[in-house]
Write a protein that binds this ligand. Structure first.
Ligand code: SF4
Length: 492
């Protein structure tokens, strides 16, 4: 197995033997006899890579490893319970090894040589704001005018992103991704056309019928992250009566076809404890077979932003500790957009190397799903294409560049001992005053009324005070356990 481990490491670093690894993974993982050895070897390779690749404090590297390990063990469990089909696994390994780790690495190196910075690793696209549900407070829900990206533009931008950035992973959001209809094409057509890429979609799942699941199982390069609010009562209260039962049916359909799925939740002040309870995790991860979970703490943007729905600083700190204990001890792959900053190497916005950016239903381009501001010149994909420009021009915009400069000064280009606090990594949420200045300096444009409301929350001092209170929890922890200044201690 040491030989396999060094092969894996070799691929992660240089990528010369992808065929070997891809084949070993897709066949070897199916057999209970070889699966454990392969996952063990992958875990050891992940450990070495975590410590090799970053100029960050050791505890940050350690947490990257823990997150990678949780993902591997989650995949292993999915195989054991037969909830991931060989076809899906083959697509996943072929794309991960052949495309993302080999071809993608080559394209990214070439990009960096040419442009002086590394490109993003993935892009989130919301092809439509149409949705078949009317969930309370949904950020897409207040848009009276319906928008859908033209199919040829969607197809073109995905092609461009692959060719220019070497990014073969796409996150699809909405609206409801399965409600996308344009030029008689659907989301399934895009997934099929770009079979060299892997797609994950945030979905309410109610349109995932038996037929849709069957097709997804045949395609193999897709996984849905299904939105839930808790159990039946909480889910139906926000998403409408009967939604929970439809979600359970969709999960049954997906499992029958071996399509791996996860869940996505929005913790608020009212439900954060429920969403991290043993009961909730046991149900969705162990009983229902979710492989991963995304936690997006409520952000006061979008429709009628409500500052008081945000988890309190004290709750967020509890969530930080709880999530990491679940990742490390139960090996569940749970990513919290704001509490997993050490695993993601900080804020991923503005197309930073290894990060991402966001394209909306009307072509609006923003640095992040949670940053509702666009550059005044390069803020729309249609306009960029009409001007003969490209996605590379979009990510070189003043807004994106300013945010990347802020990231460089905070941690990206800092030596280990001066690495900024990655427990408060978010440009817009955790560093609201710096963010306010970036918007002012670049003249970036709010994409909706909720974005203007958010600026008022900064001006009124609400967000800066929230930031100060949360830093009072995490700054001492960061200095003590990550930068190792002063006495060592334990996470509370
Ligand atoms: S801006 Fe905030 S939400 Fe967006 S990627 Fe950065 S940390 Fe995450």
């Amino acid at each position: 197995m040491m030989n396999m481990e060094s092969k894996l490491l070799n691929v992660m670093e240089k990528g010369p033997s992808q065929k070997f690894v891809s084949t070993v993974l897709s066949f070897g993982l199916r057999s209970p006899l070889t699966r454990r050895h392969i996952v063990d070897a992958l875990e050891r390779a992940t450990y070495k890579m975590s410590f090799k690749s970053l100029e960050r404090p050791d505890k940050v590297k350690e947490e990257r490893y823990y997150m990678g390990s949780a993902l591997l063990r989650s995949i292993e469990r999915a195989f054991e319970s037969k909830s991931i089909s060989p076809k899906c696994m083959k697509a996943l390994t072929d794309i991960l090894i052949g495309k993302i780790m080999v071809e993608g690495v080559y394209i990214r190196h070439t990009f960096k040589d040419k442009h002086g910075f590394s490109p993003p690793s993935f892009v989130t696209i919301s092809p439509t704001n149409v949705c078949n549900l009317k969930c309370k407070g949904c950020y897409a829900g207040d848009i009276y005018q319906k928008h859908t990206l033209k199919y040829d533009v969607l197809d073109r931008v995905i092609t461009d992103i692959k060719e220019q950035f070497g990014a073969y992973f796409f996150v699809i959001s909405g609206g409801e991704p399965f409600a996308y209809r344009e030029s008689e094409k659907t989301l399934l057509d895009i997934i099929e056309k770009h079979s060299d890429s892997f797609f994950m979609a945030y979905t309410n799942s109610t349109l995932i019928t038996k037929d849709v699941s069957k097709r997804l199982g045949e395609l193999g390069n897709f996984s849905p992250a299904i939105s839930v609010e808790g159990f039946e009562a909480e889910t139906d209260a926000r998403r409408g009566e009967g939604t929970y039962k439809r979600i359970m049916e969709a999960m049954n359909n997906l499992q029958a076809e071996g399509v791996p799925f996860g869940i996505s939740v929005t913790p608020t002040r009212d439900n954060a404890d429920l969403l991290l309870s043993d009961e909730f995790l046991e149900f969705y991860f162990n009983k229902r077979g979710a492989i991963y979970g995304w936690y997006f703490q409520y952000m006061p943007i979008g429709r009628k932003p409500d500052f008081d729905l945000m988890v309190t600083p004290e709750q967020r700190y509890r969530m930080l500790n709880r999530i990491w204990s679940v990742v490390k001890e139960q090996k569940l792959f749970i990513g919290d957009f704001w509490n997993s900053g050490t695993a993601s190497d900080g804020c991923m916005a503005a197309a930073r190397g290894g990060g991402y950016f966001y394209i909306m239903w009307d072509g609006t381009i923003t640095p992040c799903v949670f940053i509702p501001f666009k550059d005044k010149e390069y803020g729309n994909l249609y306009k960029i294409y009409e001007n003969g420009e490209t996605v590379v021009d979009a990510i070189k915009s003043p807004l994106f560049t300013h945010i990347r400069d802020w990231q460089d000064g905070y941690w990206v280009k800092q030596p280990q001992h001066r690495c900024g606090n990655l427990l408060t990594p978010c440009a817009i949420r955790d560093n609201s005053e710096a963010f306010y200045n970036i918007i002012g300096e670049t003249g970036a444009i709010p994409t909706d009324a909720g974005a203007e409301d958010y600026l008022r929350m900064i001006e009124q001092g609400k967000m800066p005070e929230y930031n100060r209170q949360y830093r009072a929890y995490t700054d001492p922890l960061w200095e003590r356990e990550y930068l190792r200044k002063g006495d060592s201690g334990k996470i509370a």
